[in-house]
Design a protein around this ligand. Structure first.
Ligand code: FHN
Length: 467
């Protein structure tokens, strides 16, 4: 079993004593209360880049890429990163995957380039997933990529530096549930107590130890790599409370007041629908729908839909149920037209490569955004309450972007009234104006016979917004 330094020793390693940490924690927390203001104005300032960005890359990468979905010749039907659970692999055995993990083909510049060329503005990568393996060079645990694998290098260092070099915002995913930490165990029929599972139990009297362990890891993640977002997950375990989430939120913001933290730091999330419950104030700066898109816009709510490109987050060698580029582009438009962000996932191989089908689809999205990016970045939700039959809409002050999926055969595009008026309109790809006439239900725009883009053609309408 990979050694976890006793908390006192690991604090020593990062130059803190127990009482200093608790003191630091309480002062930081209280300082957090002071320094990390929670005013609406502060929040708008912190969220501004994120609301402008609209599109990011999620990266699930870890030891689970080694088995790539298979164990003892059995192929999992579940998501690849849960192999320690569905294959009931005990901790000591799962650790063995570190021995062959040597991603020699990992190229931080090409990963960041792939995201950038796709039109993505930020990257969220798994620093530690449920299996507890740290994909960065940490002092808190030796169960990490530098101390436990032949790779011996820190890919997060390379990625953070390369992201900065290419002007890409860098961020971390971090799992609260930890199948590797000795404070937790599994209590389920036919399950090894040290295997993975949907729920872990906390050993009597060990919660503080684990919470301190998380804080020490989060401190080194934030101070060493300066992530713009902490994307928590695994918060559904019964031993984790909203109060724990509130405290962790304050702690993380005390380390970096400008950081963004998702709503999976606490217990606010309504399952996969991902938005926060409203019966009280829950910790977190934005909601996190998973593998789904809300039916309608949510005025005043910041949310980000995370999604796979096939059926797994972590790499599975045989999962080729890839979504089409058309669906992915239309998902992006649908999400932005409802005021949300899209966090689209890739699951690199154990060799360190992003699968080719992912790269191809990202390039297609990037090609579309090269032409139509103005209709996505920094836009707000559609003014139309009812779903548009021909597509979606996004908005900026004085501008309406009409994303046409179904090009009208008669060339007549019916735009419902929206409280403002359309002054003029043109194709995103065209200079010349289109004919716009008021109609009983709003406005009628005359379009050329051929759709410029079969996936989504954008009409830019200049508007005089209602006072
Ligand atoms: O269990 C995880 C899963 O492995 C993956 O990380 C997704 C991504 O949002 N979140 C959890 C399931 O909700």
């Amino acid at each position: 079993m990979k050694k976890l330094l006793p908390v006192s020793l690991l604090l020593g390693a990062i130059g803190l004593s127990m009482c200093e940490l608790n003191a630091a924690f309480s002062t930081e927390a209280s300082a957090a209360g002071q320094s990390a203001s929670t005013s609406a104005a502060d929040r708008d300032t912190r969220m501004a880049w994120w609301r402008q960005a609209r599109f990011g890359m999620f990266i699930h990468w870890g030891l689970y890429a080694v088995p790539a979905g298979e164990y003892n010749g059995q192929r999992s039907k579940e998501i690849g990163e849960w192999i320690m659970s569905w294959a009931n692999i005990p901790r000591a055995q799962y650790e063995q995957f570190a021995t062959p993990f040597n991603p020699v083909k990992f190229d931080a510049a090409s990963w960041v380039r792939t995201a950038k060329d796709a039109g993505m503005k930020y990257i969220v990568i798994t620093s530690k997933h449920h299996d507890g393996f740290a994909m960065y060079d940490g002092a808190v645990s030796s169960y990490d990529i530098v101390d436990s694998t032949p790779f011996k290098k820190d890919p997060m260092r390379a990625l953070a530096d390369e992201a900065k070099r290419q002007g890409m915002t860098f961020a971390f995913y971090y799992s609260i549930m930890d199948w590797h930490h000795p404070s937790q165990y599994v209590d389920a029929p036919e399950k090894d107590p040290t295997a993975g599972h949907g729920q872990t139990k906390m050993r009597e009297g060990r919660k503080r130890e684990y919470v301190d362990y998380m804080k020490a890891q989060l401190r080194e993640l934030i101070t060493k790599y300066d992530p713009a977002v902490l994307w928590f997950d695994g918060e559904w375990v019964n031993w984790w409370t909203e109060e724990d989430g509130q405290a962790l939120y304050a702690y993380v913001r005390s380390l970096k007041p400008g950081i963004l933290i998702n709503n999976r730091v606490g217990k606010g999330r309504k399952g996969m629908e991902g938005l926060s419950k409203t019966d009280r104030t829950y910790a977190g700066d934005f909601g996190t729908p998973e593998q789904q898109i809300p039916a309608s816009g949510l005025p005043g709510v910041d949310w980000e839909s995370c999604m796979t490109m096939n059926d797994t987050w972590g790499f599975k060698s045989y999962d080729d149920n890839w979504k089409s580029s058309q669906l992915l582009i239309r998902n992006l438009i649908d999400i932005v037209s409802k005021g949300g962000n899209y966090l689209l996932n890739v699951g690199p191989t154990a060799e360190g490569e992003i699968p080719a089908p992912s790269v191809e689809r990202l390039a297609a999205i990037g090609k579309w955004l090269k032409v139509n990016g103005d209709a996505v970045y920094g836009t707000s939700a559609s003014p139309f309450t009812a779903q548009l039959s021909w597509g979606r809409a996004t908005r900026k002050p004085g501008k309406l972007y009409l994303h046409v999926f179904n090009w009208p055969a008669d060339g007549q595009l019916e735009v419902p009234s929206f409280g403002g008026s359309i002054v003029s309109a043109r194709l995103m790809t065209g200079a010349s104006g289109l004919d716009v006439k008021p109609s009983a239900s709003g406005f009628m725009i005359t379009l050329p016979a051929q759709a410029p883009d079969p996936i989504a053609s954008v009409i830019v309408a200049d508007t005089r917004d209602a006072k």
